[in-house]
Design a protein around this ligand. Structure first.
Ligand code: MTE
Length: 320
């Protein structure tokens, strides 16, 4: 993965971060006034009218990141979305993506395959919630953001996977006219990622439709993106159009390009360096100095059971 960073974005001072507490107090206050979703959208970059009534969603207080929130403008303007270019500053270009209407296909080894409009899907899911998660990019920067959405296991309940389904493959849209990065033929588009079915059932696995109390801006993966907070960020695929249940492990886009650098499991692990840099510390966006990286990004208690016994059978470079 070649990354061109916009330099020194993290050198922004403490006023660029918000404590979870003050974020929620401000949010509750605006909600009481009934203007949350209008005023709160100070940096809203796209609009998705069909979703407006869902925001801001109720907070699930079981998911508290114990870190200050990243400023909204950093999380929504310092983004990776290679379909729109290989630098971090693609948010304007990503606004070209039309996210309404949006159809999601769920197929493969399931008893009830679905081809469904995203709004109908949300109706079937029956509501969204907000969770604050840490997010750690493989490039060693990180953020802490309030996602809105629903647990991935709700999709499993809808489509009823067959016993033979062992993995899920996710796919992003393919439209080179809208997303100029997809004209670069050396990338094996469309962007794909995958998880094991056990990982998909874990309660942390989340499909996000929103961020900071409102719908996702395009650059963060509207209208639907995966969030796996214990894994490196490249697993959290954006703007999903298809989920396929498989018996064999899928190969993600980055894994196809550089299997030794972006392996399938990609769990956050400070002890296993990326071949080209250390993963021991990270740069939280908006925070001075570096922070030690924690195994599984701080979610060891919730996810370590998934990998018991796998250590020996997986190659080291795939087990990050
Ligand atoms: N999904 C798609 N479709 N295209 C991408 O380029 N980049 C990944 C991931 N999902 C990417 C993607 C990477 S490398 C990271 S770190 C996260 O998105 C970044 O999410 P954010 O931009 O919302 O912070």
């Amino acid at each position: 993965m070649v990354y061109y960073k916009r330099k020194e974005v993290w050198k922004l001072k403490d006023h660029n971060i918000t404590s979870e507490n003050s974020f929620n107090t401000r949010r509750d206050f605006l909600k009481k006034l009934g203007i949350g979703s209008i005023l709160f959208s100070s940096t809203s970059l796209t609009s998705h009218p069909a979703f407006s009534s869902l925001y801001p969603p109720p907070v699930n207080k079981s998911y508290i990141a114990k870190r200050s929130l990243t400023a909204e403008y950093l999380a929504t303007t310092y983004t990776n979305f290679y379909e729109f270019g290989s630098n971090k500053n693609i948010w304007r270009r990503a606004s070209q993506l039309k996210t309404e209407p949006w159809t999601l296909t769920i197929d493969g080894l399931v008893n009830n395959p679905l081809v469904i409009d995203i709004n109908d899907l949300l109706k079937k899911i029956g509501g969204i919630e907000e969770r604050v998660y840490r997010f750690r990019c493989v490039e060693a920067w990180s953020m802490t953001v309030p996602w809105a959405g629903f647990p991935l296991n709700k999709i499993l309940s809808l489509v009823d996977p067959k016993i033979s389904a062992k993995f899920l493959k996710f796919e992003t849209f393919f439209d080179p006219e809208v997303a100029p990065g997809q004209k670069q033929k050396w990338y094996p588009w469309p962007y794909q990622e995958g998880v094991s079915i056990e990982e998909a059932k874990n309660d942390l696995s989340f499909l996000a439709t929103g961020i900071y109390g409102k719908h996702l801006p395009n650059q963060n993966g509207a209208p639907l993106r995966l969030v796996l907070p214990w894994k490196y960020g490249f697993k959290s695929i954006k703007s999903i159009v298809k989920i396929t249940f498989l018996s064999e492990r899928p190969i993600g886009m980055w894994e196809k390009l550089a299997p030794k650098e972006y392996g399938f499991w990609a769990n956050v692990n400070p002890k296993i360096s990326h071949p080209r840099w250390s993963q021991e510390t990270e740069q939280q966006l908006g925070v001075e100095g570096r922070t030690p990286t924690i195994i599984y990004n701080g979610y060891e208690e919730q996810v370590s059971y998934l990998y018991k016994g796998l250590e020996k059978t997986l190659q080291d470079n795939l087990f990050r």
